[in-house]
Design a protein around this ligand. Structure first.
Ligand SMILES: Cc1cc2nc3c(=O)[nH]c(=O)nc-3n(C[C@H](O)[C@H](O)[C@H](O)COP(=O)(O)OP(=O)(O)OC[C@H]3O[C@@H](n4cnc5c(N)ncnc54)[C@H](O)[C@@H]3O)c2cc1C
Length: 503
């Protein structure tokens, strides 16, 4: 009897998406499944994508990678959050950290106690109670699960790395586990006549690569999902209007900062990502509101170090495929959709979609339930992230440019409006279980962009005034002590994961 199990997987594309898919499948599927990856060095990769979120540690853990080894191989540094400048109003600054502020007490989020203290005349900011904030601005870092014997959790962190080096690292990993890499440009895609499934891809050399399951990791073009299978792209530009970026590296500066910076400009924003050997920078903007020349001048005028090349242009349309899994093809990475890099979510979405594909791994029968579930879950996940990004743009009080006025006045999804209304009235958050971003993330962005709740939760009144005062003071004491015990971020890297000089 012929087996129903899929035996040949073909991945088209060798960017971060292709190699994450290849690495994870080669680790988790059985050796009965052969995995072939086709990529074209002539076409190359998108070549950006240097900031991550803490969930990347889970991927490294599943693959069994040593964190220090990965960081040393990728010029990596640690990331405690993202600093947002000029997003609410010009001159505003807040850090969206990966950790909770303070200590949640008796089933109530810390920010509710802080809101009460504020209602009673307190002037401290929420970030005065954030360990991540204090450590980040002291340029310190350490691996800490808990803070001593206190109830405070330690530092949640992610990485900045050179994404090209990360893909190269995963390539070695995957090839060592049997993945076959074929260099070549796909010029044709053959479909089965009856079912319309992809039967094979043809390379410029004339070679044909056949498979049963095809993973489209071909980047923005969507060679299989779009060109071959005709799945449409849903455009979300009316909510997230930025459609261009200019990327440039600059010389490394001291000290080595353990956070990403995002600075809002007239028609978009600029990222700064500190790596061991250089700083990555880019200006994400909307070409309906500014020109490429003006965007390049703004970018170059706001670098911390000398630029190492001319800015490199990129174009994109924020949105997603109508479906991500069509017939025997699953699109992962830029081919499946794109949310701009404001919260560094793309690599995470790749990793999440690869896990989902492995979890729902089909048989040769390709039962429609597999694809339906995959499509539903993937759409929900990306839409929740989309709403979080829209929040950053919409919640601004800037009146200095058309772009920011457009964002402040645009219609937003009802789900986001409901979240903002609830928070404004009560300080509560409606957290959906599948949402990648935790309460503390939403709270930080809303407060950081000046949405101050009118009230606070009644449970916060359980503490007597002196108890509340002592509790808040105690949190600050714990944070100060914990931060003073941490090494400098640069020293930590030098001790654990410095990239050898030649790399
Ligand atoms: C401006 C910008 C900034 C970003 N910053 C971040 C960030 O900070 N953090 C983050 O998580 N993500 C970020 N991203 C997203 C991130 O770069 C991508 O999600 C990630 O690199 C994955 O890309 P990919 O592998 O899907 O596509 P690509 O890197 O474009 O790879 C496509 C692959 O397909 C191959 N290919 C294409 N056509 C053919 C063909 N005909 N034949 C053979 N091979 C072919 C190419 O050779 C290449 O190997 C950013 C994206 C942009 C645009």
């Amino acid at each position: 009897m012929q087996t129903q199990h899929i035996q040949r997987v073909v991945i088209v594309g060798g960017g971060t998406a292709g190699w994450i898919a290849a690495a994870a499948m080669s680790k988790l599927l059985s050796s009965n499944v052969s995995i072939t990856l086709v990529e074209s060095e002539v076409i190359g990769t998108v070549g950006v994508g240097e900031a991550t979120i803490p969930q990347i540690r889970r991927l490294n853990g599943i693959l069994g990678l040593s964190e220090d080894e990965v960081l040393a191989a990728t010029q990596g540094t640690f990331k405690l959050g993202i600093e947002f400048n000029n997003w609410g109003r010009i001159g505003d600054r807040y850090l969206h950290t990966f950790g909770d502020a303070g200590i949640n007490l008796a089933g109530l989020h810390f920010h509710q106690y802080w809101l009460r203290a504020r209602a009673e005349g307190g002037t401290a900011s929420l970030w005065d109670y954030s360990f991540h904030h204090r450590a980040a601005y002291a340029h310190k870092f350490g691996r800490l699960e808990r803070v001593g014997n206190t109830p405070m959790t330690g530092l949640a962190y992610a990485f900045h790395f050179d994404a090209g080096l990360y893909a190269r690292y995963l390539r070695s990993y995957a090839e060592a586990r049997g993945v076959t890499r074929i260099e070549g440009k796909v010029v044709d895609v053959a479909l089965e006549p009856e079912r319309g499934h992809i039967a094979s891809v043809t390379l410029e050399s004339g070679a044909q690569v056949e498979g049963e399951l095809f993973v489209d990791c071909s980047g923005f073009r969507g060679l299989l999902i779009g060109d071959a299978l005709g799945v449409e792209y849903q455009d979300w530009s009316h909510w997230l209007p930025c459609n261009r970026a200019l990327a440039v590296a600059s010389a490394r500066t001291e000290p080595l900062l353990p956070y990403t910076r995002s600075t809002a400009h007239e028609a978009g924003w600029q990222w700064r990502i500190p790596l061991q050997h250089r700083t990555g920078n880019g200006h994400v903007f909307c070409d309906s509101f500014t020109s490429e020349d003006a965007a390049a001048s703004t970018l170059l005028a706001n670098l911390d170090g000398t630029p190492l090349s001319d800015p490199r242009p990129l174009r994109f349309t924020t949105g997603r495929r109508a479906v991500f899994w069509e017939k025997n093809c699953v699109a992962i990475g830029l081919s499946s959709g794109f949310l701009e890099p404001l919260e560094s979510t793309s690599i995470h979405l790749i990793q999440s979609n690869v896990s989902r594909l492995i979890e729902l791994f089909p048989t040769r029968a390709f039962h429609p339930a597999h694809a339906a579930l995959y499509n539903e879950q993937t759409a929900h996940e990306i839409e929740l992230v989309r709403d979080f990004l829209i929040l950053h743009y919409h919640l601004n009080q800037r009146d200095d440019s058309e772009f920011w006025r457009y964002c402040a006045n645009m219609d937003i999804p009802d789900s986001l409006q409901a979240k903002m209304d609830l928070f404004a009235a009560t300080g509560l958050l409606h957290k959906e279980p599948e949402d990648l971003f935790r309460e503390s993330s939403w709270v930080q962005v809303m407060l950081g962009q000046n949405l101050m709740p009118a009230g606070y939760h009644e449970m916060a009144n359980r503490l007597r005034p002196d108890q509340l005062r002592d509790f808040l003071a105690q949190v600050q004491t714990i944070i100060a002590k914990a931060t003073s015990g941490l090494p400098a971020h640069g020293d930590f890297i030098a001790a654990h994961c410095r990239t050898p000089a030649a790399q």
